[in-house]
Design a binder for this molecule. Structure first.
Ligand SMILES: Cc1cc2nc3c(=O)[nH]c(=O)nc-3n(C[C@H](O)[C@H](O)[C@H](O)COP(=O)(O)OP(=O)(O)OC[C@H]3O[C@@H](n4cnc5c(N)ncnc54)[C@H](O)[C@@H]3O)c2cc1C
Length: 437
């Protein structure tokens, strides 16, 4: 379904690749991550091109809620517990810098950029808010604990990050892509070997590209042979309604619980999100979201509803950097945990440094090769094993898992890695790179 952003903005179009070509850096994927990488590389004078399988911004980016914040749930307590306070501080500074970078770009781009406070609340557990606040104080973050926030239900406290931002993601990208070297409707179908000069051949549906360096920004990474992303990621789906007549909120709000609600205004609309679940599993979806909307905003009218999903990492930190230990010239940006607006900006700044051979202080924190023995890894492995072994005629072409029928959205969804297919078998969401047979 078209999002509120897609209804309002038509993205500029680009030609598809026409025959073979060579480039220094090939960026695969035209969502916010790939486009920001292209923008930074162009600024640094690096030769690049970007290929997008469909239209720019048509993936998760076109269906986001586009809050620009360094507050990604109660992630700081988790990061400090696992990697130490310095890692939590670095995560904060990297994301705050990303907001400032957006602020600079948005001085020149008309994209409804607005500074707003962001709030992460807890409905049940005040202790979680308090312990998050303690870590934030220790790393010197600008944050405060709030007792009361103007939501239509009671909370047990919220942590506020002042002076964050929100914007119209497609208005932003429609301006940013102007003058970039982009091929749309050009899908990468496979990777060949290395050429003599250390460059790699990449196959697309419209020709071959020889590139010295590759950035994989395809949302779920598309190379299965390296990096074990099929174990390190799963996808989580959520639903959003644009409501008219639901009033206006001063800030942006989200539950610390992945299944909770999210709120922000966009012009005259309230974007109300909820119903989240692992893709391919049963969950709240539109039914739960609509019944909550009726309860909280009985006077409001639904203008549009849209759903999308994001890649979730094992430890709450995105994977940005070298694709795998032995993949020297292949880079990745993924695992944004539903916070890919700021994280994509972090990715673009980090990857453009690494590609130019510059040091970047955040390389270790976001390294996709960090050790990740977590409970979520065990859940991902159990889910994959169960679905590989279970009987179903419909199987995902990605790695062969049994697909589940999603009766609300009329699609076949993969609980292992989140690929989705239409009723007629057309691929809707990757990592599957082709239709059902
Ligand atoms: C409901 C919801 C709300 C969200 N709200 C927020 C928010 O408020 N703030 C925030 O920071 N984040 C938010 N997020 C997360 C954020 O929207 C995503 O992390 C981000 O948009 C991901 O961008 P991307 O570029 O990685 O992926 P995408 O936008 O999906 O782009 C990947 C692109 O790669 C292309 N591609 C795939 N395979 C190939 C191939 N083989 N060849 C060529 N191209 C290919 C696809 O067509 C696609 O266009 C939200 C996520 C969800 C699910």
């Amino acid at each position: 379904m078209q999002s509120i952003w897609e209804k309002e903005v038509r993205m500029p179009s680009f030609p598809c690749l026409d025959g073979d070509r060579k480039t220094d850096v090939l960026i695969i994927g035209g969502g916010i991550a790939g486009i920001l990488c292209a923008h930074f590389l162009k600024k640094c004078g690096v030769e690049y091109c970007l290929v997008e399988a469909n239209r720019l911004g048509s993936g998760t980016t076109g269906h986001t809620t586009a809050k620009i914040t360094a507050q990604h749930g109660f992630v700081y307590h988790e990061i400090a517990g696992r990697y130490g306070l310095e890692a939590a501080r670095q995560y904060y500074v990297a994301n705050q810098d990303a907001i400032e970078k957006y602020g600079e770009l948005c001085k020149e781009i008309d994209c409804n950029w607005e500074r707003r406070d962001n709030y992460v609340y807890s409905v049940k557990n005040r202790e979680k808010a308090e312990r998050e606040m303690k870590v934030l104080e220790r790393i010197g973050a600008k944050a405060r604990l709030e007792e009361c926030i103007p939501l239509p239900f009671a909370t047990r406290g919220a942590v506020c990050f002042p002076d964050q931002a929100q914007m119209h993601p497609l208005k932003f990208l429609a301006e940013l892509v102007k003058g970039l070297r982009i091929y749309e409707n050009t899908k990468v179908t496979g990777f060949g070997g290395c050429t003599g000069a250390g460059a790699r051949v990449v196959f697309t549906n419209h020709g071959r590209i020889v590139a010295k360096t590759i950035i994989i920004a395809t949302h779920f990474p598309m190379l299965n042979k390296h990096g074990s992303y099929f174990m390190k990621l799963y996808q989580h789906r959520s639903y959003v309604l644009a409501l008219k007549g639901a009033g206006s909120l001063p800030g942006m709000y989200v539950d610390e619980d992945k299944k909770g609600c999210s709120f922000r205004n966009a012009g005259e609309y309230l974007l109300f999100g909820s119903g989240g679940h692992r893709t391919g599993k049963n969950g709240g979806s539109y039914t739960e979201l609509r019944s909550a909307a009726e309860r909280f905003y009985p006077e409001a009218m639904e203008v549009c509803g849209f759903a999308t999903q994001d890649c979730m990492s094992l430890d709450g930190i995105p994977y940005i950097g070298r694709y795998a230990k032995h993949c020297e010239n292949v880079f990745v940006a993924t695992g944004f945990n539903k916070w890919g607006m700021t994280s994509s900006m972090v990715a673009a700044m980090l990857l453009s440094d690494l590609i130019q051979g510059k040091k970047n202080e955040y390389e270790k924190l976001f390294s996709p090769s960090r050790s990740m023995l977590t409970g979520q890894l065990a859940i991902n492995l159990a889910e994959s094993t169960m679905n590989l072994l279970s009987f179903s005629k419909k199987r995902c072409p990605h790695l062969g898992c049994a697909l589940k029928w999603n009766k609300e959205e009329h699609s076949w969804d993969c609980p292992c890695h989140g690929s989705r297919f239409s009723e007629t078998g057309k691929v809707l969401d990757n990592p599957a790179n082709g239709d059902l047979k």
